[in-house]
Each structure stands twice: as structure tokens, then as C-alpha cells.
Design a binder for this molecule. Sequence first.
Ligand code: SF4
Length: 286
Amino acid sequence: MKRELVLPALEGLLSATDAPARVRGDPVELPHRYRDPLDIEVSALLSASLAYGRVDLFKPRLTALLEGLGTSPAAVARDSTPRQLLALTDGFSYRMTDGRDVACLLYGIGAVLRAHGSLGARFTDHYRKLSNLRDALGGLVDDLCAPDLTPLTGVRLPSRRLKHLIPNPSRGSACKRLNLFLRWMIRGPDGVDFGLWRDIPKSALVIPLDTHVHRIGRFIGLTRRKDLSWLTAEDVTKRLRLLDRADPVRFDFALSHLGISGSCPSRRDPIKCSGCPLQPICRHWT
Ligand code: SF4
């Protein structure tokens, strides 16, 4: 990777990305509707964990779910009984997630809020102890899955569907949605990310690796790895760190929206590729 070519190309992509317009079509728009930091982090975790599949399909359901939780999703998580959580999430359905799964996640969030005050405080405890983002994230996921879920599901342990919502990075997946949540909480504030968890350095973040970022990352030499794994996310982040040691994931929003927008055709296309700031470093053109 040639830094002198890649950095200006990525800077060009960043400046060509209309962030306010993109935020309106992104799940991060939902936590921006709250002012209290606790409501922001709770709505952000719900939004990020349900951000799988097509945004035009999941965002309306997520919006309705959050509206059903009222003005303070954090208070709902912290103060509601299992029966109340089931009633509030009843009827929610999106692909492999239903209301009961969301109620279990809210129950786990409530347990963390009651014991530690905030998700950020608990994550920071783990990060200080473990000095490692992956292990700290695994610690937070373990906390969210720790409560006895019998009152919600009839079974003490978390279901496979809850583990899909909040996967543990120790199992090797890229954990795109949880790394997105961490990016929102740790970077910024910049109109996209919130910068709420100030004790965690943004240099520690790992790229939220989805199919778009992976595909475009391969085009521009950020990785040669073919799998969507945590190791590949770290491989991409390692190269991004060579471009910006302090803030390696600052190009993530622009890269992912280049893919989400459908503007990147995955092949040499003189019309679609014309004006793409990455053209000078894209393997389809070099
Ligand atoms: S030049 Fe074309 S294929 Fe390459 S990243 Fe840009 S839009 Fe995608």
C-alpha cells in the first residue's frame, strides 16, 4: 500500500461524502434523536445490533420499536420488569429477531445500567483491566447475556438469536454491528459519531467490517483476506492505522456509504466509476 497515494484518495472520498445527507439514511440517525447520554447509548446499541440487512427494511421497524419505548429507552431498560419489557416489544419482528429477543437485550442492558450506571462505564472498566478492545467488547457482551432470562424466555441462558444480535468477538466474527456501536460511542463528536466514551482512545477502534467495506477495501489494497472475520477487520484497521495512527476508522463512514449507495459497481465501469475519488488506487483501474 502506497501511503502517498491512498491517503489523498481516501481524504478525497471523505470530502466528497455528504455526511448530513448520509446520516438521514443511516441507523445512526436514530440515537441522534436523544439528548441524554444514557438514552443515546441504549438507543445506539439497539440500533446497531438490529442494523443487519437492508437499511430501508430494518430502519422503519427500528424507528417504530424506539418510539414504542417512549422518550427514555434507558429508563425503560433500567426500570421495567420482564413482563413490561415483553409488552413493550410485543409485535416487533425483523428477519430472525422478534420482540422477545429485543426484550432480552433490554433486560441485559438494564442489568448493566443498574450495576454500573452506564454501558460506557462498564465497557471502560473492562478496557482498563484488559487493555484490549476485543476482550473489553467480549466482557460487555458477557455482561449483557449474564442475567437469568427465564422470566422472558423460560430458559436461563441466552438464545442463539440473542447471540446473533450481540455476538461475542471471541468467536471470531467481524462483529461489524458492535464495532459500529463502539465507533459511534468513541469517535467524535462530529455530527455522525457521538464521542461519549471519552476514556477510550479512538486509536483502539477496529473497523466495522461489512461486505461493502471489505469489498472496497480489497479493491484499494487495505487487505487481501477473503473472509469477513475479526482477523480481516484487524488487517484492514492495521493498514488504516498506517494512514492515521490516532483515528484509524475515520474513513469508515465514507467507505461504507460508497458501497451502500450502490455507486461502486465492483468492476471497471467508466460511467459509474467516473469521479470516484478512489479510482487512482482501485485495482480495477490501476
Ligand atoms: S473506481 Fe469504481 S470499482 Fe473502484 S472503488 Fe471506485 S466506484 Fe468502486
